[in-house]
Structures are given as structure tokens and as C-alpha cells.
Design a protein around this ligand. Structure first.
Ligand SMILES: C[S@@+](CC[C@H](N)C(=O)[O-])C[C@H]1O[C@@H](n2cnc3c(N)ncnc32)[C@H](O)[C@@H]1O
Length: 388
């Protein structure tokens, strides 16, 4: 039978049909249906046949109408200057409502209302962590709620507008405050760190982390070295270690406990490392990334300071619910998901990325008495050899 003379349903057997569609499909095609996004459904033989016009409406017009209506509601949402302003800020990274209040000077209830609308439309997502909630703009993508074209036409100009530039400066001040808070906390912890922060259930962490960092060349950076227990261990085995930390007191303790191992100490931030381009063969950070306001920036910096082909090793706590770790240990995040670290490193251009749990567990005295143990993970990757 010529294609045009076959019944419409037979001509459509390879198409996934919109939910509620009434076109029957042959049994052999049921297994092919349902491969699209969640709004597309399996077509069954039991649904009554309707006229060709209404079927064309279902197949051609309805999806177009629904895309147009979702574009219309996104445009409507973004036509509000405050919502656009929030999107521009959240494009920069995850922020808590309190931080948005500090940046914009607006009332919390107003910001929360706009955030709920943005979340409902899928433009903003939130991540709960203990009693905090972090918000961020979704990645622009052509099959998501915020297309790259819409981002470039609406959000980007808002970032670059005079008000956007003022907001970005205020945001920078908030990020600087977070950093300062972390530095002060670590200065306060420095004298006790060797006692409170370096206890592990099995004691295998050193071997597990360093086995991945050490074999790539003589120069290794310990980024966020604390009192330097990993740096000293490596230096005593012949590595040339550059140990970086933003806390002056942690560095002071690290120097004292290095027992004249040949370690170079440098004070600096992980998102602006005091290291030259390509200066090291490998870099690792243990229990540091959960303190970072902007780990995307840290990932870019590690790539800059590694030589082509160099290795990165990041170990940290898996997500947990111990809210008291913020107060007691100055933690910004309650652990991290390995895929957050892998994602940031991948976006910074790293390859050969792997993550795995560490057998060891981090132990710390809990405020309710006893000892809390936290499971950990390690992520490792390489800067491509061709990346200069
Ligand atoms: C939890 S301690 C871990 C210390 C060490 N890596 C260890 O395994 O014992 C976190 C360390 O990271 C440092 N740190 C946190 N945020 C930092 C940043 N943005 N730049 C540089 N150092 C940072 C702190 O000062 C602190 O010494």
C-alpha cells in the first residue's frame, strides 16, 4: 500500500505520541513508545480513534502550543526586573536567601516569593543542606527551561547592566566575607587542628590519597594544607612539596611541625593560587573543598598551576547532616557529592576523572559526646597532556 493511502495511525508507528493522544499503535510498536521526555507516553490499542484533524492537532499543534506557552511563561517571569536580577546573581553560583538579602538589600519575604516562582518554572533549583537552602540558576541549555538564546538575550545583559555590576560587587563582598569567616575559623582552630582534625578511623587516608598524587613527578602542591600532616609525610619521602593555605596560623603550625622537611609554604586562596602556571606535577586537597564558596574557580586554578598531563586528587567528606560541623569546624557545606567535584573538574577541562569511596573515615568529637565518623571519597583526574 502506498504510504499516503495507509491509515494515519500506521504511518505514525515510529513516533512517540503526546500523553492523552488517541492514535492506536500496532502491538509491535508498544515497546518503542515512551522513549521521549516524561510528557510522552506509550500508545495503546485500547484508546478510541479520533478524526485526522484532531490527531494532527495532538501531534503537530499541541507540542508547538505547549512549547510556545512555556516560552511565554518564562518570558513573563523574566520580564520582572527583580526576578531577572536574582537570575543574574544565581548564574554566578549557589546562594542562600540570606545572602541574596545582604546583596540586594531587599526583604527576605519578597525574595522568597520570587524564588518560589522561579523554582516552579524550573529556571532556578535549590539544594537543601541541613537547615540551609542554596539556590542556583539552571545551566542554559537548548532542551531545558532556559535556552542559551534566552540566557544571552535576557540574563547576560542584566549581569552587565549598571545594577548588575553593582550586584556582582556586592556578591563579591559576600563571597569575601565567607572566605574571611573561614580564614578566621581556621586561625582559631590551628592550634588544636592536629588533635581535632587529623583523626581517622583506620589511618589509611594518607596512603589512599597520596598513592594517586605522588607518582606523577617531583613537585606536588598540598592545597589547603592545614597543619601539613600530608605535606610533611610526602616531603619526608623525597617529594618537593609546595604547601598552600589561607590561614596564617595553620601555616605557622605546619612550619613548626614539618621537622625541617623541605617544604615551601605559601599563603593564599584556592581560587587565586600563589603558584605559577604549570608549576607543579600534581596537586591535592584533603578536606578543603567543602569550605570553598566557589569550587568552580578552584578547579580552574588547579588546572592553571598543573603542568600538562599533571594529576589532581581531591578528597572530602560525603554529604552528611551534622549541622554542628558548621559552627564547630567552620564548614560551609555539609560534605559534597563526588559528582559535584567531578563536574567542576570536568568543566575546568580535566579528563580521566574517577571517584571512589575511601575506606577510612574522618573522626571528630561530637558536641553531644562521643565521636562522630564521616565517610569520605576521593576524586582523581588529569590535565590533558595537550592542554598548555
Ligand atoms: C579542614 S582543614 C584540612 C587541612 C589539611 N588538608 C588536612 O587534611 O589536615 C581545611 C584547611 O583548608 C584551608 N582553607 C579553607 N578554605 C581555603 C581557601 N579558600 N583557600 C586556602 N585555604 C583554605 C583552611 O585554612 C584549613 O587549613
Amino acid at each position: 500500500m502506498a504510504a499516503a493511502s495507509r491509515p494515519l495511525a500506521a504511518r505514525l508507528t515510529r513516533l512517540d505520541l503526546m500523553e492523552g493522544s488517541s492514535v492506536p499503535a500496532p502491538a509491535s510498536d508498544r515497546k518503542n513508545a515512551g522513549h521521549g521526555s516524561g510528557t510522552w507516553a506509550t500508545v495503546t490499542k485500547d484508546v478510541p480513534m479520533r478524526s485526522e484533524t484532531s490527531r494532527c492537532y495532538d501531534i503537530v499543534i499541541k507540542p508547538m502550543a505547549s512549547a510556545a506557552s512555556s516560552l511565554h511563561s518564562t518570558l513573563k517571569l523574566l520580564s520582572d526586573p527583580l526576578r531577572l536580577r536574582l537570575c543574574a546573581l544565581l548564574a554566578r553560583g549557589e546562594l542562600a536567601v540570606q545572602e541574596l538579602v545582604a546583596i540586594t538589600g531587599l526583604q527576605q519575604s519578597r525574595i522568597s516569593n520570587h524564588l518560589s516562582l522561579l523554582k516552579r518554572s524550573g529556571l532556578v533549583r535549590d539544594r537543601r543542606e541541613g537547615t540551609w537552602s542554596f539556590h542556583s540558576l539552571v545551566e542554559p541549555s537548548d532542551d531545558g527551561p532556559l535556552s542559551s538564546t534566552l540566557y544571552a538575550a535576557a540574563v547576560q545583559p542584566s549581569v552587565e547592566s549598571p545594577e548588575g555590576v553593582r550586584d556582582q560587587l556586592a556578591l563579591q563582598a559576600v563571597l569575601d566575607q565567607r572566605r574571611q569567616k573561614s580564614r578566621d575559623m581556621h586561625d582559631r582552630l590551628a592550634e588544636r587542628w592536629s588533635a581535632v582534625g587529623q583523626e581517622f578511623a583506620l589511618g589509611t587516608l594518607r596512603a589512599e590519597v597520596l598513592a594517586h598524587a605522588w607518582p606523577h613527578g617531583p613537585t606536588v602542591a598540598d592545597l589547603g594544607c592545614g597543619t601539613g600532616f600530608l605535606a610533611s609525610w610526602l616531603a619526608q619521602r623525597g617529594a618537593h612539596v609546595i604547601a598552600v593555605d589561607h590561614s596564617e596560623r595553620m601555616l605557622g603550625q605546619a612550619k613548626r611541625s614539618s621537622h625541617s622537611a623541605p617544604i615551601v609554604f605559601r599563603q593564599g586562596e584556592l581560587d587565586a593560587l600563589p603558584l605559577a602556571n604549570g608549576e607543579v606535577d600534581a596537586a591535592f586537597s584533603n578536606l578543603v573543598w567543602h569550605h570553598l564558596p566557589d569550587y568552580e574557580a578552584a578547579a580552574n586554578e588547579v588546572r592553571r598551576v598543573l603542568r600538562p598531563g599533571g594529576a589532581v586528587v581531591i578528597s572530602d567528606l560525603l554529604p552528611h547532616e551534622a549541622e554542628w560541623m558548621r559552627e564547630q569546624m567552620g564548614d560551609l557545606r555539609l560534605g559534597l557529592r563526588p559528582d559535584q567535584v567531578v563536574g567542576a573538574l570536568a568543566r575546568a577541562g580535566f579528563s580521566e576523572l574517577h571517584s571512589e569511596p575511601i575506606m577510612d573515615r574522618y573522626r571528630v568529637a561530637s558536641p553531644t559526646g562521643g565521636t562522630a565518623e564521616f565517610p569520605m571519597f576521593v576524586v582523581r583526574g588529569r590535565k590533558p597532556a595537550t592542554d598548555r
